[in-house]
Each structure stands twice: as structure tokens, then as C-alpha cells.
Design a protein around this ligand. Structure first.
Ligand SMILES: Cc1cc2nc3c(=O)[nH]c(=O)nc-3n(C[C@H](O)[C@H](O)[C@H](O)COP(=O)(O)O)c2cc1C
Ligand code: SF4
Length: 495
């Protein structure tokens, strides 16, 4: 058995080396030779009458560190403070905040209701104050809240107990979350009650100063599952019109109860069939590379959105284009493009050299995953020029993130560069890039995936390899778990 290895980006010393590797892979993503201080990445842009002061966005990222009743903790406040200090002028929701207890992805997810409201208000203020401290003004800072219901991936009461809320039965994902053929699907009345939860949540978000809400439609959670509910009966399944009714009713409702609150959407605009570790190449407890589920018996494939029904190892953007047309019609202008799901095909969602504990070895050079995200976004941007696009998947570019980001903006591939994992390890990267200070190599995210592995194993999320805070604030039991889960950096190998 031969192990596949991919050259680590951190080992490429110059932009020329990096470009050479891109060429070897046959990738043609844009890449500049150097970043201009105060150049394109520092240019403002206008959306919904609001000026966003530069081209960096902080993607939503949960820390699994709220209280049992959904309030932020010191760790949550610290993360939001970092988001503010980053200098990025678009804060896409901070993190996924559940609209109801049942819809929480874990018992430590933030929850928005009357009881948690004051602390959520303080959380937003923490971010804004930190931003003022770092950038002197907040006039051009645009801060929203990501609203979510975790649907199939709900675990509201116990980290170890899945309590899925599903819209239809899925040939591969049912097994993974333990829903058998007779497990009930949400009724249309239950869906309507969830829509009411979104409206209440949006009203509350507006009351405490958030300027927009994201109606999350990505990563396999409930909003995203609606888009693939081809086999569901009733008002919310089947036709494209029915599958987008959930979004349309939420948008219409928010406009009525919270006039002036802007609405944005983060969507998994492309997808592939679920992947799993290749059992033939999994040895000595080490997972094999990811391979697609065997789908011959599931054709035409009707359980995805943005995926080819004939060849579900490939994406298909025809319905996502209809979706963007719908967003335009609904007056939504700001869109954040993501893909797939961290639960069933993480290599397309967050390209990484090292897999999380429930994942698989990368089936491709992670740069191919970055290019896929960028190319999909570019294709959609060229079709929908009046929408403002935030792109995803840039962290794996590491040292070369700034040169690729600048080139992507200049060549019109994307409008705003979204940053996920990179700001967990290195929050100040946007300011360092814009001010011309250059990047601090020691703080660059190397995609070790510990921030995904930790919550999969019941620990708070965070950058365990590069941010000492998590080890310092852990109790004895957590420390033992951390030691078992995460080998020292030096011991990590690429395979
Ligand atoms: C620890 C962690 C938590 C995340 N939480 C969320 C979330 O709450 N909402 C969301 O839309 N995406 C979430 N994501 C996905 C990121 O927003 C982003 O799409 C992903 O990390 C890829 O971007 P990157 O390459 O810059 O990391 C999370 C990712 C990580 C690593
Ligand atoms: S744990 Fe740190 S280095 Fe690893 S992927 Fe997450 S942010 Fe990056």
C-alpha cells in the first residue's frame, strides 16, 4: 500500500515555488508576486448603503464553549474580541447561534432568546470595542449574526447523543446519525414553528445592534437540507419552489417584524456525495484516504444540492444559479459561498493537510480543494455581477493567502476574502497584510484540524497547536484528553 503525500505549503519558500506547484497540479488560480500596502485588499466597498472598510471578512466559527443555557463564556468573548482585533471589516455572524434549544449542534452552542440576550449584546460590544481599539473607527465595520438550526446534526443535550431533526431520509447520512427508516421527519407544522423561531431570533438580533442576520444554508444543517429535499412530500419538499419556501417565508417574515435589518445568506453552493475513509487503506487505526460512498444504487442522485444527479462525484451549479436568482429577487445582495459539509465531505469544505479525528486522509492535494472553492465562486460572480460575494477556503493558502487574495479581487473572482481557521491561530493577519507589516510565519494556521477534532471529542474548539490559551484553561480531565488526542507538533507527519 503506498501512502499519498502532498507537499506542505509551508515548505515552499517563495511565490515562484508556490506558483510552480500550482502549475504541477494544473491549477490556474490567480496569484500576485507581492501585496501592495494599502492596495486592493484595503479598498472599501458599498453594500445596502453601508460601507465595508476593506476586503476581509471573518467567517462564522463556533467554539463549542457556551454555557448549557446558551450564553457566551470568557472563551467565547475572547474569540469575538479577536475577531474585532483582526481589522476585518465584515463580520459574518461571529458564529452559528441556534434559534431554539432543539436546533443546537451541541450543548455548548450559543442560543438566542430573551434570557441570553443581554450577554449576546455584550458579546457584540466586545467585538466592536476591540475593533475600535485596533482600527480607531467602527463606522465602516459591518457586523451580523448567523442564525442556525442544526437539523440532521442536532445534539442539543448531550455531546455523545445525536438528536437529529430530519427533513427526509438519506441513503448515506441516515446511517451516520442513527436515523432508521421509521425515524420521523419534521412535519410541515414543525417547520412553520421553526420559521417562527427564526423571526423571533432576527428581531432580538436587531434589538441588540446586529446590522444583519445570515439565514444559514450551508454545511448540511437544516437550511441547507431544505435545498436538497427532493424526496420530501408537502409544502417544503419536491419542486425548487417548495425547497426554497423555508427561506422565502423567513425573509418575508423578517421584513415584516424587523424592518431595516439586512438579510444575507451563506450557502453551500456546491456539493459532492458523502465521503468515507477507504477501508482497504485504513491500517493500524490510521484512516485511509477519503473515497466517495458507492452510489450506483442511488442514481439518479436526489439527496444533494449543487451536485450532479448522474455523477455525484461532480458538482453541478444549475440549481445554485437558480438560488442566486431567487436571492436577487428577494433583495439579498451579500452572499457567502461555501461548499459541502464538515460532517460528510470535509476535504471540500475546509481543505486540510491533516484530517480531523472523524475524517479521512486527504484524497487530493488540499490546494485542489482551495481552487474548487475559488473557481465555483468566480463562476458565480461572473454570472451574478451585482451580488457581492464572500469567498471561502483561503486558510490552506498559508503564506500565500495574501498574494492569492489580492489577485482574486483584482481579477474579479470574488469581492471579499473570508477567513476561517487562519484567524483562530493568527487573528491579526488582515491588519498585518493591509498595513504592509507582512505575515508572521510562526502564527500561520497549518491546517492541523485540532479545532475540528476537539469538539468532535467533546472539548471546546480552538487552535490547540498555536494558541496556549486552551491548554492553560483546561481542567485535569481535559488536559489528559488533549494529550491523548493531539500529538506534539514535531510528531505530526503528513500522512
Ligand atoms: C472550528 C470551526 C468552527 C466553525 N463554525 C462554523 C459556523 O459556526 N458557521 C459556519 O458557517 N461555518 C463554520 N465553520 C466553517 C468556516 O466558517 C469556514 O468555512 C471553513 O473553516 C473554511 O474556511 P478556512 O479555509 O478559512 O478555514 C467552522 C470552521 C471551524 C474550523
Ligand atoms: S487547530 Fe489551529 S493550526 Fe490547526 S486547523 Fe485549526 S486553526 Fe489551523
Amino acid at each position: 500500500m503506498s501512502e499519498r503525500t502532498y507537499p506542505p505549503v509551508g515548505g515552499m519558500r517563495t511565490v515562484a515555488d508556490f506558483k510552480k506547484h500550482l502549475a504541477t497540479l494544473g491549477l490556474s488560480i490567480p496569484c500576485d508576486d507581492a501585496v501592495e500596502t494599502g492596495g486592493l485588499l484595503a479598498q472599501p466597498l458599498e453594500v445596502h448603503g453601508k460601507t465595508i472598510g476593506n476586503r476581509f471578512c471573518i467567517h462564522p466559527m463556533e467554539g463549542w464553549d457556551g454555557t448549557k443555557d446558551g450564553r457566551p463564556t470568557d472563551a467565547t468573548r475572547r474569540r469575538w474580541k479577536h475577531f474585532g482585533l483582526s481589522g476585518a471589516k465584515l463580520i459574518w455572524g461571529g458564529e452559528a447561534v441556534a434559534v431554539s434549544h432543539d436546533g443546537r449542534a451541541n450543548p455548548n452552542q450559543l442560543l438566542i432568546n430573551n434570557d441570553t440576550l443581554r450577554e449576546l449584546a455584550t458579546l457584540r460590544e466586545t467585538l466592536v470595542d476591540a475593533h475600535r481599539e485596533a482600527c480607531s473607527t467602527t463606522d465602516d465595520l459591518f457586523v451580523g449574526l448567523q442564525l442556525t438550526h442544526s437539523g440532521r446534526f442536532s445534539r442539543p443535550n448531550d455531546k455523545r447523543k445525536a438528536e437529529p431533526r430530519i427533513l427526509y431520509h438519506h441513503p448515506f447520512l441516515d446511517k451516520r446519525v442513527g436515523t432508521d427508516d421509521v425515524y420521523p421527519v419534521l412535519s410541515d407544522d414543525e417547520v412553520r414553528r421553526i420559521i417562527d423561531d427564526y423571526l423571533r431570533a432576527a428581531q432580538l438580533a436587531q434589538q441588540i445592534g446586529f446590522e444583519f442576520v445570515d439565514i444559514k444554508h450551508c454545511h448540511g444543517y437544516l437550511g441547507h437540507e431544505f435545498l436538497s429535499a427532493h424526496t420530501r412530500k408537502g409544502d417544503y419538499g419536491g419542486s425548487f419552489e417548495n425547497r426554497t419556501r423555508f427561506l422565502r417565508e423567513i425573509v418575508e417574515g423578517i421584513r415584516a417584524v424587523a424592518p431595516g435589518l439586512q438579510i444575507v445568506v451563506r450557502v453551500s453552493a456546491f456539493d459532492l456525495v458523502p465521503f468515507r475513509p477507504d477501508p482497504d487503506q485504513s491500517v493500524n487505526g490510521k484512516m485511509g484516504p477519503g473515497i466517495p460512498e458507492v452510489y450506483d444504487q442511488a442514481l439518479p442522485y436526489r439527496w444533494g444540492f449543487g451536485v450532479s444527479s448522474e455523477k455525484p462525484e461532480e458538482y453541478d451549479l444549475s440549481e445554485p444559479m437558480l438560488f442566486l436568482t431567487l436571492l436577487q429577487r428577494l433583495g439579498i445582495r451579500l452572499v457567502n459561498i461555501s461548499g459541502g459539509s464538515p460532517y460528510y465531505n470535509p476535504h471540500i469544505q475546509r481543505p486540510a493537510l491533516y484530517p480531523p479525528s472523524d475524517g479521512y486522509q486527504p484524497p487530493e492535494d488540499p490546494l485542489i480543494g482551495v481552487a474548487r472553492q475559488m473557481e465555483v465562486t468566480s463562476f458565480l460572480k461572473h454570472k451574478f455581477r451585482d451580488l457581492v460575494f464572500v469567498g471561502t477556503g483561503y486558510s490552506y493558502l498559508q503564506e500565500f493567502l495574501p498574494v492569492v487574495a489580492q489577485a482574486a479581487i483584482r481579477e474579479g473572482w470574488v469581492d471579499v476574502i473570508g477567513l476561517g481557521r487562519m484567524v483562530l491561530s493568527y487573528p491579526e493577519l488582515p491588519l498585518d497584510v493591509i498595513s504592509g507589516r507582512g505575515v508572521q510565519r510562526k502564527r500561520i494556521c497549518r491546517t492541523f484540524s485540532d479545532c475540528t477534532t476537539a469538539p468532535r471529542n467533546g472539548l471546546p474548539s480552538g487552535c490547540y497547536p498555536l494558541d496556549q490559551y486552551y491548554k492553560e484553561s483546561a481542567d485535569g480531565a481535559q488536559l489528559r484528553q488533549i494529550k491523548n488526542l493531539f500529538p506534539a507538533k514535531a510528531q505530526r507527519t503528513q500522512s
